[in-house]
Design a protein around this ligand. Structure first.
Ligand SMILES: [Ca+2]
Ligand SMILES: [Ca+2]
Length: 224
């Protein structure tokens, strides 16, 4: 039995290639996020660790005030490169948002459309306990009712750092809840970034080629 390379077989092979899950991750930005504001001097802090840049509704100068409908310090592209005590201030305009009680802290990020989430990167301080601030003990990521948990180790050194949370395939939704769990101490976050899977341009190209070949095969069959 021979396997002739018929037009239909070529079309089938190309369409299979086009349907293969060839995907790359690309940065994706939330449209808005909601959270309880950071704490400050009335909560025992040396400074005010508020999400002062928050653009939505709520009082960004009040400890733990519910903030919604906007973007702020966590998505402004500014990543703290120094420990909290060097960059925070009384005015609350420093790059960090900090919390020192409650667990876990939940931040809900909304996206304009459904995403196949790939990674969440969280930038946080690690001042080795200075001022009772430590890295988060763990993060949770909840999408579509499914929660993934990531334990974080306290690395040697006392500089701001980041954690990359790699999500399971099929983490698909238009919003994502990040949970921040503490040790016994406070936490300081300065930025949260996301990547989402996008189709490779090659897939679209192959799909186009497949459709073209289908037309060619149809013509070919009519001529036989
Ligand atoms: Ca920031
Ligand atoms: Ca801040």
């Amino acid at each position: 039995m021979t396997h002739a390379l018929t037009p239909l077989r070529v079309v089938a092979a190309v369409l299979c290639l086009a349907a293969a899950p060839a995907q790359a991750a690309a940065p994706v930005l939330p449209t808005h996020y909601e959270l309880l504001n950071g704490y400050g001097m009335t909560g025992g802090g040396s400074f005010n660790y508020w999400d002062k840049k928050y653009s939505g509704s709520g009082n960004s100068s009040q400890d733990y005030a519910p903030l919604s409908g906007g973007l702020g310090d966590l998505t402004d592209g500014i990543i703290a490169t120094e420990n909290w005590h060097l960059v925070e201030n009384v005015e609350g305009t420093g790059p960090y948002v900090g919390w020192n009680k409650g667990e876990p802290w939940l931040i809900t990020f909304h996206f304009g459309q459904v995403q196949a989430f790939n990674t969440v990167t969280v930038w946080h301080d690690d001042p080795d306990g200075l001022g009772d601030i430590a890295p988060p003990a763990a993060f949770t990521v909840t999408v579509g009712g499914n929660t993934q948990r990531f334990e974080i180790s306290d690395l040697p050194g006392a500089v701001p750092t980041f954690s990359v949370l790699t999500l399971a395939p099929g983490t698909v939704g238009s919003s994502l809840v990040l949970g921040v769990e503490r040790f016994n101490n406070g936490v300081m976050l300065s930025e949260v970034q996301f990547t989402s899977a996008v189709p490779e341009p090659a897939s679209s190209l192959l799909l186009g080629l497949g459709l073209g070949l289908t037309a060619w095969a149809r013509r070919n069959r009519r001529e036989v």
